[in-house]
Design a protein around this ligand. Structure first.
Ligand SMILES: NC(=O)CCC(=O)C(=O)O
Length: 255
């Protein structure tokens, strides 16, 4: 997605139009990027959040119902008391919020710690259509601990919603693949593209299978990726290379 910085209404329109064009009966889950409603409009975020935030969540709930689709709704800036959280919301086809996660690792390179508060809850699994999944937000990708935590909770699909800059595109591509290989799970990664407040974003949204093969990938263009995930691959690969059985957690120092 190429979003309009600080303009939730325009971004909601873009998403509704996109859903109109792309949603058909065979689509189970749609995945949006990080902070899709505002981008990193950090200086204005508090003001925008007073009006928006929950409005964008309600919008996603209505879209899920209208298009009969589950939404990994990227993340949205939410004001709670004095804190602004970068919150991922997962909404099922009936418009019910089934999971929320506040980004726990704030990214210094984009000044997040100055404006946002880190999430205080551990990562948890959610289910869509009976499949165990997890979601992390962008910079979280650099912290394999929480992804292993999700893997040990039994997820088969990890969603990574992001605004990852082009300057570190190599890290994005490499870490996504590493997380898929080391946890033997699907990784579905949705990033933004375009230049916002002088930062160029990487795009490179992609879907990676549990072997680490890239099933589909965009470059820097705006677009959509549609794939069917063969979930049998997860136990198959875990049997072939049984890393979860080979673990010796009692030998691992708690850091
Ligand atoms: N939005 C982000 O969390 C960006 C993360 C990033 O730039 C990096 O990890 O590098």
């Amino acid at each position: 997605m190429d979003l309009e910085i600080g303009k939730p209404e325009e971004n909601r329109r873009t998403i509704e139009n996109w859903l109109k064009m792309n949603c058909s009966d065979d689509i189970d889950v749609v995945v949006l990027p990080e902070m899709w409603s505002t981008g990193y409009a950090l200086e204005e975020l508090r003001e925008i959040c007073k009006m928006d935030g929950y409005q964008s969540i309600e919008f996603l709930q209505s879209m899920a119902k209208k298009f009969n689709v589950n939404l990994v709704g990227g993340s949205i800036a939410i004001l709670e008391g004095q804190d602004i959280f970068n919150r991922a919301v997962i909404i099922n086809r009936t418009g019910e919020i089934v999971h929320r996660y506040d980004k726990m690792h704030l990214v210094p390179m984009l000044n997040e710690p100055e404006f946002l508060s880190g999430g205080l809850n551990q990562v948890e699994v959610f289910e869509l259509e009976g499949v165990r999944m997890g979601v992390i937000i962008c910079y979280d990708l650099r912290f394999p601990e929480i992804i292993r935590d999700l893997a040990l909770q039994g997820i088969q699909v990890l969603h990574v919603v992001a605004e990852w800059p082009l300057a570190r595109k190599n890290h994005w591509n490499t870490l996504l693949r590493a997380r898929a290989i080391e946890n033997q799970m699907y990784v579905v990664a949705s990033n933004i593209t375009g230049t916002k407040l002088e930062v160029e974003f990487a795009g490179c949204s992609q879907i990676i299978d549990p072997w680490g093969d890239i099933i589909l990938k965009l470059d820097q263009e705006v677009g959509e990726l549609k794939a069917t995930l063969d979930l049998h691959k997860v136990p198959q690969i875990r049997k072939e290379v049984p890393i979860f059985e080979s673990r010796v957690p009692e030998m691992y120092r708690k850091l």
